[in-house]
Design a protein. Structure first.
Length: 112
């Protein structure tokens, strides 16, 4: 799709930052949450800090019996994923962005 879009000046589509960077002829547009703005350009920084309105998240679901504690090994794995080292591994994939500081705090609270 992005190859075709790069040749069609009237075309419109949506693609992830990961893929769009390989198509310099695809014009990225600034978006806003509503018509009042502010309009935010799509850059690696605005996607990572979640100010660009079109971002998606990857989720981790844990299978546990409601009301029962989480398996300690699972909890420790999730703590690692949320640690500085774990978030660096996520960022190094070049496919995902690390969580923001606020998101990390929120997710760490859920492990308590």
């Amino acid at each position: 799709m992005l190859e075709e879009l790069s040749r069609d000046k009237y075309g419109i589509g949506w693609g992830a930052q990961l893929h769009i960077k390989d198509y310099p002829n695809v014009k990225q547009i600034a978006l806003a949450f509503d018509e009042k703005g502010p309009y935010v350009p799509m850059t690696a920084e605005t996607v990572a800090n979640r100010t660009y309105p079109l971002v998606r998240s990857a989720y981790v679901y844990v299978n546990r019996v409601p009301g029962r504690p989480m398996d300690p090994k699972v909890r420790e794995f999730l703590r690692f994923v949320l640690s500085r080292e774990g978030q660096q591994i996520v960022a190094d994939t070049d496919m995902y962005y690390a969580l923001t500081a606020a998101e990390l705090r929120e997710q760490l609270k859920r492990l308590e």
